[in-house]
Ligand binder design. Structure first.
Ligand SMILES: *[C@@H]1O[C@H](CO)[C@@H](O)[C@H](O)[C@H]1NC(C)=O
Ligand SMILES: *[C@@H]1O[C@H](CO)[C@@H](O)[C@H](O)[C@H]1NC(C)=O
Ligand SMILES: *[C@@H]1O[C@H](CO)[C@@H](O)[C@H](O)[C@H]1NC(C)=O
Ligand SMILES: *[C@@H]1O[C@H](CO)[C@@H](O)[C@H](O)[C@H]1NC(C)=O
Ligand SMILES: *[C@@H]1O[C@H](CO)[C@@H](O)[C@H](O)[C@H]1NC(C)=O
Ligand SMILES: *[C@@H]1O[C@H](CO)[C@@H](O)[C@H](O)[C@H]1NC(C)=O
Ligand SMILES: *[C@@H]1O[C@H](CO)[C@@H](O)[C@H](O)[C@H]1NC(C)=O
Ligand SMILES: *[C@@H]1O[C@H](CO)[C@@H](O)[C@H](O)[C@H]1NC(C)=O
Ligand SMILES: *[C@@H]1O[C@H](CO)[C@@H](O)[C@H](O)[C@H]1NC(C)=O
Ligand SMILES: *[C@@H]1O[C@H](CO)[C@@H](O)[C@H](O)[C@H]1NC(C)=O
Ligand SMILES: *[C@@H]1O[C@H](CO)[C@@H](O)[C@H](O)[C@H]1NC(C)=O
Ligand SMILES: *[C@@H]1O[C@H](CO)[C@@H](O)[C@H](O)[C@H]1NC(C)=O
Length: 674
């Protein structure tokens, strides 16, 4: 597997010819991507190792190049490769098991995955350098039949019997077939007998004609399920692209991951370990004293760690006991977590690791330097890790992801700033829409440009803003269409029917003059869920997690923590491997909004104007116009911009034109700075 992936990236980079791009083969970046900043924050304590241990990633969404402006998440996939190799060596020395798990969603996010056709053509070859033991697909793998087929033919084949889709099919030549294997029954290096399944939630945005996501009851009716449930097993491992906490009440509708746990528990008392995803959170859930589940963040910001100290197995051939002088798991999911230790079948623990080199080196090869300025020793980097880092650097250049667009002078976020405030990313998007979405021939006419909150998938972080960042912030390419010269009254009725919170006051309707001021009071109303872009769990539960505009929290030595995850889960508050100050997430933006592109007086709309919108919104706009009796049909919807111009271009053009162009005078926000 490893040689295959190294070959394919090399071949891909060699085959691709980009005029004017030349690589100097002597330049090898020995560490994270060269633009990335080093963190100064070190983990709080060594990891507790048990006899059976897991490293878990999920929802990587192509983010294998790391997060250049966020020191806590600065590592790239090559650094992760080196980390995993060291951890595997450690497990060998300890004679314990270490299993690698991924819960899916490889694409739709970073430019590394999305700027190629098919998606993942480069990033999958990089991802494949981790020898995962079990992985599954994710709802973003079934948005289109072509994407599902790509995964069926490529990623799934590379991982072979480890790529599990217990409930996901793709249509090929008229026949539905499983994208990967339905289950995996295997013995670990140290003899533990495992049966694993991989399931994915059913996403409303799925390609219904070319993909199938079966519900849990379907799984339970399959002959292969019956067969595998007869096997002698020490531990069930359930990998899900699904949250771990949602209960299973209805087998036809609810989360297949938790339903699968319930079903297995109904037939055996054996331990069950769940690895969830899709939630984009860190979390840990206890179901009973022998079953629990972890969720391990998103976008390569987190590596999840689960350690089970003892899983009873007659075939175990590894270490008989754990070394006394090393930390090992001492928590339990047994109710109340106190009682007699004899009643507790096994102890366990979990940890959420920040995705940076300092963390990776701390847990494997020790750091050098003082703790306030730790440095990673050269022994950390493995040849394969360096190679992967180097491949990523080359791919980023080749795909034009490193092009500097402008300097972000501050953070722009979803939910740390109120509607209307500077630093709110949607306010920035409005400025950008007004500035860039202009049809020359109609530039003199009044217009509004509509978009919705799901357009944006990530924050913009203070510091250099590149083409790669622009992909990540607006990953979905939507075209711009318009209805010409719509009357203000029709527009007002239409937006009101779509429950838009931005008021409209038409110049000639005697509305009070200040009504276009954004109504902040009406935040509470959540009546627009029908409108929600790509209305899937992950948009609803999505919380970008790095902002705090509160004074930073201080630890005992008076050192300030940077904002980041502060996780409270079923085992307590000590899950985060590195301490952070909390992130403020108390504002949500309006679902539907628009930029007033050209009115001299923002509070008075002219009698008629062009209404421009993304093609994603077109049908809803037409439906609302119809409902409110306005005389517009599909025939009135025309292309506003050239077909090649999409929502992805908006921030690229705007920042290149309007933001500072000196990349060397563009600092990131340091821990402790506001
Ligand atoms: C990060 O640390 C490495 C040494 O470990 C150093 O070579 C590099 O210049 C540092 N990067 C930045 C942006 O300070
Ligand atoms: C598999 O990957 C290759 C390389 O990216 C691509 O050319 C091919 O189209 C993919 N297969 C499918 C079925 O998409
Ligand atoms: C599906 O059809 C294509 C084109 O006819 C063919 O190349 C391919 O082998 C077929 N695949 C299967 C699995 O039958
Ligand atoms: C498990 O058993 C309980 C109690 O009999 C039942 O209510 C539940 O529906 C079962 N769940 C599954 C997934 O089989
Ligand atoms: C974490 O899981 C618990 C159940 O263990 C659930 O109640 C809680 O809502 C989850 N938290 C988040 C942030 O998803
Ligand atoms: C549990 O283990 C941790 C180290 O992993 C240690 O700091 C803590 O004191 C232990 N707690 C108990 C109750 O033994
Ligand atoms: C990279 O992208 C930027 C922004 O779209 C563009 O201006 C530049 O010409 C591109 N560079 C190459 C080498 O394609
Ligand atoms: C727009 O429509 C109004 C009537 O609503 C009409 O008076 C006006 O001439 C139209 N303008 C253009 C540019 O078509
Ligand atoms: C939209 O219009 C339809 C038809 O008049 C009406 O039933 C519906 O309640 C309206 N929705 C809102 C949010 O005003
Ligand atoms: C709105 O109207 C009121 C009374 O008609 C007037 O006093 C006020 O100045 C107007 N405000 C604006 C912003 O035009
Ligand atoms: C979009 O707005 C709706 C309504 O306020 C909200 O429920 C949803 O979570 C928002 N989605 C995102 C991605 O912010
Ligand atoms: C960018 O800023 C640096 C540091 O202040 C300065 O030396 C350099 O001349 C500036 N470059 C341009 C093109 O203004």
């Amino acid at each position: 597997m490893r040689s295959h992936s190294v070959l394919s990236i090399a071949a891909l980079l060699a085959l691709a010819t980009v005029p004017g791009t030349a690589f100097d083969d002597d330049i090898i970046y020995p560490k994270q991507q060269k633009e990335a900043f080093n963190t100064t924050e070190i983990p709080r304590a060594p990891l507790p190792w048990g006899k059976v241990n897991f490293l878990h990633t999920t929802d990587t969404h192509g983010w294998l190049d790391g997060h250049a402006n966020i020191p806590s998440w600065g590592a790239d996939w090559g650094d992760f490769v080196s980390f995993v190799m060291h951890m595997k060596d450690k497990a060998l020395r300890k004679k314990v098991d270490l299993l690698l798990i991924d819960s899916g969603d490889f694409h739709d996010g970073g430019g590394l995955s999305d700027s190629t056709s098919p998606k993942g053509a480069v990033s999958d070859s990089i991802f494949e350098n981790i020898d995962y033991d079990i992985l599954t697909i994710g709802n973003h793998g079934v948005r289109t039949g072509a994407e599902a087929l790509n995964i069926h033919h490529n990623l799934s084949r590379v991982f072979g019997d480890r790529f599990l889709t217990s409930n996901v099919d793709v249509k090929e030549n008229g026949t539905f077939k499983s994208i990967g294997n339905r289950y995996r029954a295997f013995q670990t290096r140290n003899g533990l007998r495992i049966v694993a399944f991989g399931v994915t939630i059913n996403d409303h945005g799925r390609d219904r004609s070319n993909t199938e996501v079966h519900d849990a009851s379907w799984i339970f009716e399959q002959p292969w399920f019956d067969e595998v449930m007869k096997k002698e097993v020490d531990l069930y491992v359930l990998v899900g692209h699904a949250p771990t906490y949602a209960p299973c009440q209805d087998l036809k509708q609810d989360n297949p991951l938790v339903c699968l746990r319930d079903r297995i528990r109904n037939s055996t008392t054996k331990p069950i370990q769940l690895f969830g995803g899709h939630a984009h959170h860190r979390n840990f859930t206890c179901y009973d004293e022998r079953s629990s589940g972890i969720e391990s963040g998103k976008y390569c910001d987190t590596v999840g760690w689960v350690a089970l100290n003892d899983v009873s197995s007659p075939t175990w051939s590894g270490a008989k006991a754990l070394l006394d002088d090393e930390p090992h798991p001492n928590k339990s999911c047994a109710v109340g977590n106190q009682g007699d230790i004899q009643d507790i079948p096994y102890l366990l623990d979990r940890r959420y690791l920040d995705w940076n080199r300092v963390t990776f080196a701390y847990h494997t090869v020790n750091l050098e330097g003082d703790t306030s300025n730790p440095s990673v020793p050269a022994s950390f980097d493995r040849p394969l890790g360096r190679k992967v880092t180097d491949d990523i650097s080359k791919a980023r250049l080749l795909l034009n992801l490193t092009h500097f667009l402008g300097c972000a002078k501050e953070d722009y976020c979803f939910n740390c700033k109120k509607v209307g405030q500077d630093g709110n990313i949607y306010e920035l998007l409005k400025l950008a829409l007004a500035d860039t979405v202009v049809q020359k021939e109609r530039a003199h006419l009044a217009r509004v440009v509509l978009s919705n909150n799901g357009t944006i998938r990530d924050n913009i972080y203070q510091g250099p803003f590149t083409t790669g960042d622009a992909y990540a912030v607006v990953p979905f390419p939507n075209r711009f269409q318009y209805i010409a010269n719509m009357s203000c009254h029709d527009f007002k009725k239409m937006t009101s029917n779509l429950s838009a919170k931005q008021d409209v006051s038409c110049i000639d309707d005697g509305d009070h003059n200040d009504s276009s001021v954004i109504n902040e009071e009406s935040h509470g109303s959540q009546s627009q869920s029908h409108l929600e872009l790509r209305s899937i769990f992950d948009d609803r539960s999505y919380h970008p997690a790095t902002f705090s505009h509160k004074p930073e929290q201080q630890n005992l030595e008076g050192k300030q923590h940077s904002p980041g995850y502060t996780t409270h889960d079923a085992l307590g508050n000590d899950g985060d491997d590195t301490l952070h100050s909390p992130v403020i997430e108390d504002e949500t933006y309006m679902n539907l909004f628009w930029a007033n592109a050209s009115f001299p007086n923002a509070s008075h709309y002219p009698p008629s104007f062009d209404v421009v919108f993304t093609d994603y919104l077109a049908q809803r706009i037409l439906d609302a116009l119809k409902k409110t009796g306005a005389p517009y049909t599909e025939k009135d919807v025309k292309s506003y911009m050239p077909r090649t111009y999409t929502s992805r271009d908006v921030l690229v053009d705007y920042t290149a034109r309007n933001w500072g162009q000196n990349g060397t005078e563009c600092p990131i926000r340091k821990p402790g700075e506001r």
